[in-house]
Design a protein around this ligand. Structure first.
Ligand code: RIB
Ligand code: CA
Length: 315
């Protein structure tokens, strides 16, 4: 069966780096676009180009938006260190970004592969929202948008807000209200779907690529333990990619997702309506039509084992 065509919008970021290497091996990766998030646009672009060089991956990269749609620029996340990819010596970029803006690259790639292209949004949704606004047909052209973001329960950057959505809630609202086919994996699943110290030790026994990723994940695990008491380095972003390799790795429910853009304490929250409303309930309890397939569980051991094996397949 032909491999799924995928374009990844990212903000590397440790887990973004793993997602890129995994997608390049397992799927038909057509390119990357970069967006503000874990660090500045310039920095995450440099990081993405370094990961492409590390993996020997030859795909185009287009730079996107440096700030959110309307929100002020957020502080740089300490979770990924000063460079956004602390923990290992990475190769210098071997390529430069293409001249085309990420928003146009997304639109043109989707136009060229109508019905086939999956767009992975694994950073804030600014580029994706801008592309949907500039070309409304994009929602139809895309096979699906797979979002790493939000949560059906707790948040990470705030009590009920996950970082990608919290950085640009207005953009996330545009995406979830666009009518596009959406698959969402949130922090409720990714918090417990990560690489343990034993997984990282396995990587360290691998080649140059796996060894480098082991250094990165040592750092990411230490930061997650220090800030959140985590026992694994959450592989947030690769969870958005794995369904196109093995759709049994995550369990989804088709529900309505609304993005809170106003709340003092809840701005950036994804309100996932998991109620089992009847037709009557939809009417009497303000039910809204489902607009996303939302992950509610993962087979974490099998998912992570497959990711580690894929990273070990690199030289
Ligand atoms: O909350 C997790 C998300 O925020 C991931 O995409 C991670 O890379 C950070 O961007
Ligand atoms: Ca990310």
């Amino acid at each position: 069966m032909a491999r799924t065509k995928i374009l990844i919008d990212c903000d590397p970021g440790h887990d973004d780096a793993v997602a890129i290497l995994y997608a390049a091996r397992q799927l038909d990766l057509l390119g990357l676009t970069t967006v503000h998030g874990n660090n500045t646009l310039e920095r995450v672009t440099h990081n993405a180009l370094s990961i492409l060089a590390l993996g020997g991956i030859d795909v185009p990269l287009a730079m996107g938006c440096a700030t959110p749609l309307v929100a002020p620029m957020h502080p740089i996340a300490e979770a990924h260190g000063k460079t956004g990819l602390d923990g290992a010596d990475l190769p210098a970029p071997r390529a430069r970004p293409i001249a085309q803006h990420a928003v146009d690259f997304i639109i043109e790639t989707a136009r060229a592969h109508q019905g086939e292209l999956v767009l992975a949004a694994i950073g804030p949704c600014t580029n994706v929202a801008m592309a949907l606004k500039k070309e409304p047909r994009l929602a139809e052209w895309l096979r699906e948008i797979t979002v790493m973001g939000g949560s059906t329960t707790l948040g990470n950057i705030r009590a009920v807000a996950e970082f990608n959505i919290w950085c640009d809630p207005e953009a996330a609202a545009v995406v979830f209200d666009s009518g596009a086919r959406i698959r969402m994996v949130g922090y409720n699943v990714t918090i417990a779907t990560g690489t343990s110290a034993a997984d990282i030790a396995r990587l360290r026994q691998g080649g140059r690529v796996a060894g480098t990723i082991a250094g990165l994940l040592d750092f990411f695990l230490a930061r997650g333990r220090a800030a959140l008491g985590l026992q694994v380095a959450p592989m947030h972003d690769v969870c958005a990619i794995v369904p196109y390799v093995d759709e049994t790795l995550l369990i989804y429910r088709h529900v309505n997702v609304a993005v809170e853009t106003q709340g003092t304490h809840t701005r950036g929250m994804t309100i996932c309506d998991l109620r089992t409303l009847t037709e009557e309930g939809m009417l009497t309890r303000a039910g809204r039509k489902p607009n996303a397939h939302v992950a509610i569980a993962s087979d974490a051991p099998r998912l992570i084992s497959g990711v580690v094996d894929t990273l070990l397949s690199y030289p």
